[in-house]
Design a protein around this ligand. Structure first.
Ligand code: NAP
Ligand code: ZN
Length: 355
């Protein structure tokens, strides 16, 4: 199927119009007409080759919401017209113990990324959601529950699940004291979700201008992380800190803010490593430093259902796909409130004009 897309031809070229072919649905595939796609900082890291290992041209986008246009002969869970989502994975081995436990993101053979992955059947590079259609095996398609605005639901497919999963894994609930570092796409979802789970939430931000928004989104407290004295007042205050920052940081002030048995989980994936934190603060309070990657398919569906039930979705700014390069520049400045979402109609209109 001929598909219009936007791709980076190399790590130094801006995103530009590009054509791809989507496969016709295999027996277990769902073909999706893409309506919206969120813009994740991982898209930028990939398009600019910041993590290495990118096959160009690269078509980013892994916060996809669309309507089913066709299904393969053995598909039972979806039919044409259904509103569905696709997140960061489109396949995994389905046999190993993490896959069997619904933790496909930790597949022992490596999950297949929605973009810059290897199709497990053809070996071809995978292309993501900055495009007008995608074909995905049924097991990796999520149902968007009724009551969620499809545009504001798109970022849940990555930013939502990436923050929901550690909140669940470390059993956050009423009485938990949760810190969130950085109010961007992931951070604003972490604040909303932790608040919806009943936690007391503190935002650590470098942006004084985000304080009022943070409180509106569900933060009980806001700390300016570049204010050393303010950071010191947070000593031993948190059970869990979720670090979403996309740049290298000094972690020591955050480790000091963990209570006994507290955990700081890294979800931000900066191109350069954080400086190694000091050892003694880990010993003193039996603190831990952890990491977490997105979330499995069953947990992603659970998160979507939780969001529909609690009325939680992303705060978004809609953009036409033609503004994607400016959106990346704004993201680098922390100037996103709080997720860009591409209206794919802009791509369809551009393609129609060119035809
Ligand atoms: P984003 O929207 O750009 O947000 C990042 C936030 O970090 C910014 O809004 C800013 O918040 C803060 N920040 C940025 N530069 C900083 C600096 N130099 N010092 C301190 N704070 C800084 O990005 P995102 O889409 O949320 O993604 C965040 C990171 O998570 C990226 O590295 C992305 O690749 C990664 N990620 C990981 C996973 C996973 O599975 N683990 C999934 C998705 C994304 P303030 O203005 O509030 O300080
Ligand atoms: Zn992402």
């Amino acid at each position: 199927m001929h598909t219009h897309a936007y791709a980076a031809e190399s790590a130094t070229s801006p995103l530009a119009p590009f054509s791809i072919e989507r496969r016709a649905p295999r027996a277990n595939d769902v073909a999706i007409d893409i309506l919206y796609c969120g813009v994740c900082h991982s898209d930028l890291h990939t398009a600019r080759g910041e993590w290495g290992g990118v096959t160009f041209p690269a078509v980013p986008g892994h916060e996809i919401v669309g309507r089913v246009s066709a299904v393969g002969s053995s598909v039972s869970k979806f039919k044409a017209g259904d509103l569905v989502g696709v997140g960061c994975m489109v396949d995994s081995c389905q046999q190993c113990s993490p896959c069997k436990a619904g933790l496909e993101q930790y597949c022992e053979e490596g999950m297949t990324g929605t973009y810059n992955g290897r199709d497990r059947t053809t070996g071809e590079n995978t292309y993501g959601g900055y495009s007008d259609s995608i074909t995905v095996r049924e097991e990796f398609v999520l149902r968007i529950p009724e009551g969620l605005d499809p545009k504001a639901a798109a970022p849940l497919l990555c930013a939502g699940i990436t923050t929901y999963s550690p909140l669940r894994h470390w059993k956050v609930g009423p009485g938990s004291r949760v810190g969130v570092v950085g109010l961007g796409g992931l951070g604003h979802m972490a604040v909303k979700l932790a608040h919806a789970m009943g936690a007391e939430v503190t935002l650590f931000t470098t942006s004084p201008g985000k304080e009022a928004d943070a409180r509106r989104l569900g933060a009980d407290h806001v700390v300016l992380s570049r204010d050393e004295a303010a950071m010191e007042t947070q000593a031993k205050a948190f059970d869990l800190i979720i670090n979403t920052v996309a740049a290298p940081l000094n972690l020591d002030p955050y480790i000091a803010a963990l209570a006994l048995d507290g955990v700081m989980v890294l979800v931000g994936a900066p191109a350069e490593n954080h400086q190694s934190p000091s050892v003694f603060p880990f010993l003193m309070e039996r603190r831990s430093l952890a990491g977490s990657m997105i979330g499995g398919i069953p947990e992603t569906q659970e998160m979507l259902d939780f969001c529909a039930e609690k009325g939680v979705a992303s705060d978004i700014e809609m953009i036409p796909i033609q503004s994607i390069n400016e959106a990346y520049e704004r993201m680098l400045k922390g100037d996103v409130k709080y997720r860009f979402v591409i209206d794919m109609q802009s791509l369809k209109d551009e393609a129609a004009k060119a035809a």
